[in-house]
Design a protein. Structure first.
Length: 90
């Protein structure tokens, strides 16, 4: 169902790319000595989901605020509240 929410909880599905890891060092160059070197081996087992959920929630707030302003408009919060009150549905 598209459009405004019907007051039910808003459920979103989101994905994120995995945290980069470098198990086998790649060939690289040392900038100072100009000699060929191997890149540092990096391994991270930390989980980024808690941090990603905060970012997703924040972005959803922007999207919902944009939808609210598109529906009711106004230059100030008082005008937005007045437009919502006039509509009587919200």
């Amino acid at each position: 169902e598209g459009g405004m929410s019907n007051a039910q909880p808003i459920v979103i599905r989101a994905v994120m790319k995995p945290i980069p890891t470098l198990i086998k060092p790649l060939r690289s160059v040392d900038i100072e000595s100009k000699e060929e070197k191997l890149a540092h081996k990096e391994r991270t087992d930390s989980c980024a989901v808690p941090a990603a959920s905060i970012v997703a929630e924040s972005m959803l707030c922007f999207v919902l605020a944009d939808a609210l302003l598109e529906k009711f408009g106004g230059d100030t919060m008082e005008q937005v509240k007045a437009h919502m009150k006039v509509s009587g549905k919200y």
